[in-house]
Write a protein that binds this ligand. Sequence first.
Ligand code: CA
Length: 531
Amino acid sequence: MKFQVLTSIFLVVTFFACQAQPGKMSRPNIIFIMADDHATRAISAYGDSINLTPNIDRIANEGALFVNSFCANSICSPSRATILTGKHSHKNGVTGNGALWKSNQTLLPRQLKRNGYATALFGKWHLNRNPGNEFDQWKILMGAGRQGHYYNPEFTDKTGKSIVEEGYSTDIITRESLEWMDAHQAKKEDKPFFLMVQYKAPHTPRMPALRHLHVYEQDTIPEPLTLFDDYSTRGKHAGKAAMKIKSEPGMSLNVFPAYNSYDINKKQYHYLQRMNEEQRQAYHAYYDSLNNEYRQMKRAGLLEGRAGKSYSYQRFIKDYLRVVKGIDENVGTILKYLDDHDLSENTIVVYASDQSYFTGEHGWAEKRYMYEEAMKMPLLMRWPARISEGTVVEELVQNIDYLPTFLDMAGVKVPDDVQGTSFKSLAFGKLPPQWREAVYYHYYDHGRHNVPRHEGIRTARFKLIWFYTTDTWELYDLYKDPHEVNNIYGNSECQDVEMMLKEQLQQLRKRYEVPDSLFHPPYMPVGRGRH
Ligand code: CA
């Protein structure tokens, strides 16, 4: 009798264990890798690229490439806040880089943690308060206004202590992430994980790893078609933006005095000051001759005009691509780790950037504007168990959609107050019956870059922008004018299109509950921030 009872208990336990196991196993791990200011033009999976990124491309080749992915507000903190909350800036409160971060709202990592996920974050956080209990473990870049440094970067974690790690930031963030995965695996908890790996690269000041200083040295990188844009067909604002490639030679071109010829303790050299002697010598060994050449050209007046702009572009873009090369190698390290630990099949790997970037287009090296290069958001996603190789998604997706998509993929209910929509079906190659026809955009952080507040919508074909503080409108036909150099707003043949787009814009404002008060003086105050 006793034996029978024990046998029955054993069978029942075995039955439930077997029932539970497949369910548990089917919940995917999620690794969200995000760069900062990584232009789609510098990711070869996107085509027409100016470099090769074989490891990042692998994510799209073995999964999905989103070619019409956009951010809701093209600047660092707002994009991060939107990813974490699934909401537009006016709803999550982070309208600009200086805005307060309220972590007590619905957050992607918290929703996953509550539903049985182990959660962690390593790298650039760039919100104005540290993470909280939504992550089991976190370690974020500090210094330079929470932008972090490339060399020997400072971090902080739950302890609140300042921790300086020797080495190169992209490599360190990867190493910390792999160590966390090792520790997670060692626990044998059978718990899926959500890991955010957030690089500082390729944000300014673009400091390549020493091993990449000479890459592209002999190359001439192609110039974008709009490098010499004169803005004559745009509204009154584009020509006044302080976003020129060489507007800050120290930050954007690695122009600094020769070795031992300056006071390293001066504030403007804080990023060089962090280097150890060996790093600094190697850095100067590469840049000093280039910077001598720069100073000679400046004295001779050769940095003006088209030739000067071409020279600045080459200096800027080569450093940009070197820093991107560091990311690509590290993405390769993460993918290899997954292969080596038999984790690839059921781990969703996402590669994104908080926004794309003007890599010389319109003569700029920045973001902020609703024009394509800044509004785009690279997005690549691999999940071998569910996403077919070589999937290309052309529908409009936005960073408000990440939270609902990841929750949907993890089998977690999406909270009702979230504004985005899961694009899981699109990733699986299926078009939902009603997918959105337009995305809404709103930029608030009018500051030293002199980009005024604006909002607008982008459909598959058209883009309507309203600079509401000066009541200036711009309209682009992206089929005929993909580089947005011909503002057709006000043309008599465009009246119907304008009416239709304004109606759609009104609908989106209503849908996303954008307050009317934003559009009238005194304009809602937004946080102060520099980058
Ligand atoms: Ca950014």
